[in-house]
Design a protein around this ligand. Structure first.
Ligand code: BGC
Ligand code: ZN
Length: 371
């Protein structure tokens, strides 16, 4: 089978011949890959800053944002049948009995760090033709989402974040009575960054009724700014607005969804977070050395304004289910906008060059099969 792999010893990406998997357990499912998305993590792996092949392999098949079609199911598989469209989860549990998160099926909160991740850490990924995994890691996607289903995994980042936001903001009793869980009506959210994670996050916030602003480096009038306005959010260009101005324009910032990986920008934004606000970090910065921050101001605000800061990585089954439901709602509400998040489609042989040249557009997708 053809597969796109990272070869750490040679520090290069290549198409490799990878053995086709077969069903080994009665709960296994064999799927044919349709689309695999490319993200910042894949670029880091391509720079050999991240990513580890499975033990004993000299290459790692990359790719973790997938959409596939079920071809064959084991005898005990109850939830999937041939023909179903599925998205497969990324992380698998660590082996340690004392890891309560993994033992509870919540490896996205693994304590030990000995989890594995498909396409990233010690497990082959999805940029290949056929994949086998246990049914418990696969989620059915409705067939009307065939064109955009590859966005489910990147959307799970926002979904996991917003599940946690609701859990912690239940501390504010007036937001709860009579409102649907996660309801953001009357609240103001700021998204940092207009990449796929930021734009999907903006739509997830809009679906919950948040008045939503996106702050990014593009100028007003840029196609990304127009995209933001087309879904009903507001665009603020970093070139012409300081963060103090952003705070003034918004009035009060109840939630910040960081999707840039830029630490200086993030901590400047934390300084203008509103009373009782929540700040969510999703980006993983490279280590570029210390930056100066006004720690007294930050700490005073955190305490005197009951603020909350958290980071979030990976996603559990609840976030995958929420992501599929929300993607269907997004598709219903903004069909063109959702489609245009996918800005290019590529053949597998284009991936090595694609991942080692500067990215353009929003989401690039690799096509392994049409149907
Ligand atoms: C993936 C996550 C993964 C993380 C860290 C992200 O790109 O979406 O599933 O946990 O990288 O490896
Ligand atoms: Zn990713």
């Amino acid at each position: 089978m053809r597969a796109v792999a990272a070869l750490p010893a040679e520090k290069r990406l290549a198409l490799v011949d990878h053995p086709a998997p077969t069903l080994e357990h009665d709960t296994d499912v064999l799927v044919r890959m349709l689309d695999v998305g490319i993200c910042g993590t894949d670029r880091e792996i391509a720079r050999f800053d991240y990513g580890t092949p499975p033990p004993g392999s000299d290459y790692l098949v990359i790719g973790h944002e997938s959409l596939a079609r079920v071809e064959q199911v084991g005898s005990a598989v109850a939830t999937l049948k041939p023909g179903d469209l599925v998205v497969t989860m990324v992380r698998r549990p660590c082996p340690h009995p004392e890891c309560r998160a993994c033992r509870a099926g919540r490896q996205d909160f693994c304590f030990t760090g000995d989890f594995t991740e498909r396409g990233i850490k010690e497990r082959h990924g999805f940029m290949t033709e056929l994949v086998v995994d246990d049914e418990r890691y696969m989620h059915v996607v409705p067939s009307e989402l065939r064109e955009i289903g590859v966005l489910v995994e990147p959307l799970t980042i926002a979904e996991k974040a917003l599940i946690q936001v609701w859990d912690v903001q239940e501390r504010l009793p007036w937001t709860a009575p009579g409102t649907r869980p996660g309801d953001g009506h009357g609240q103001r959210a700021l998204v940092l960054g207009a990449g796929p994670v930021g734009l999907l996050g903006a739509m997830a916030l809009l679906l919950r009724g948040f008045d939503t602003w996106v702050y990014s480096r593009e100028e007003a009038g840029d196609p990304k700014a127009q995209w933001v306005e087309s879904v009903g959010a507001h665009f603020l260009s970093a070139g012409s607005n300081t963060l103090e101005q952003v705070a003034q324009t918004m009035g009060r910032i109840d939630l910040v969804y960081e999707a840039t990986g830029a630490s200086a920008l993030s901590f400047q934004t934390l300084q203008v977070l509103g009373t009782n606000g929540v700040f969510i970090f999703t980006g993983v910065p490279g280590r570029k050395g210390p930056i100066e921050i006004d720690a007294d101001r930050l700490m005073r605000n955190l305490v005197l304004q009951n603020q909350l800061v958290f980071g979030t990585v990976n996603a559990g089954a609840d976030a995958f289910r929420a992501s599929i439901d929300d993607l269907a709602r997004m598709h219903g509400r903004w069909p063109d906008a959702v489609r245009t998040l996918i800005t290019s489609r590529h053949a597998p042989e284009d991936v090595p060059a694609l991942l080692t040249s500067p990215g353009s557009g929003i989401k690039a997708v690799v096509q392994f099969a049409k149907e």
